[in-house]
Design a protein around this ligand. Structure first.
Ligand SMILES: [Zn+2]
Length: 170
């Protein structure tokens, strides 16, 4: 059984099922709709379809969460925090953004859903700035978010990736 069969077998689990949300195969989504504004986890801004999905992976035409078989969760990433069908928590929507934009900067919001739980996050790269990191850590602590910092790979020398996440029952 491939990812598609598995995905379709899980249709009861995305937030607008049962009774709502028409499921499509990723490859059946209209060409003009295949892009990061629909789901940046499936269709990143740079390049082709995320290899963690297959042409047969299920995607919901209502909430646009896509079934991510390797972790058995429905997943959607967007650069625009207001565009999720089920709104992100206020603490993530208001998470402080970098003051100085980097050319390679991408602020990305993510929503995962499965087994009745939402796991939601924001992540972005910025030029290492320990004072800023400290502010973000403080914001996260005050708003009950888990906070993580990681150093960049060689091609991102001097940059760090920050992410903040939380979970709740859906
Ligand atoms: Zn849905």
């Amino acid at each position: 059984m491939g990812a598609a069969a598995r995905g379709c077998g899980k249709t009861g689990e995305h937030p607008c099922a049962p009774g709502g949300g028409r499921l499509l195969r990723i490859s059946d989504v209209a060409r003009e709709q295949q892009g990061p504004a629909t789901n940046a986890d499936v269709w990143p801004a740079t390049g082709s379809t995320n290899a963690l999905y297959t042409a047969d992976s299920a995607i919901c035409a209502e909430c646009w969460l896509a079934y991510l078989a390797p972790i058995d969760r429905w997943c959607r990433s967007l650069a625009e925090p207001q565009s999720f069908r089920v709104p992100l928590p206020p603490a993530l929507r208001a998470f402080p953004l970098p003051r100085a934009a980097l050319p390679a900067e991408t602020v990305m919001y993510n929503q995962l859903y499965g087994a009745g739980l939402y796991t939601e996050s924001i992540g972005y790269w910025f030029e290492r700035d320990d004072k800023w990191t400290k502010e973000l850590r403080k914001y996260s602590r005050e708003h009950g978010l888990s906070f993580d910092v990681e150093a960049g790979p060689p091609e991102r020398q001097g940059q760090v990736l920050v992410s903040a996440s939380c979970w709740r029952r859906g």
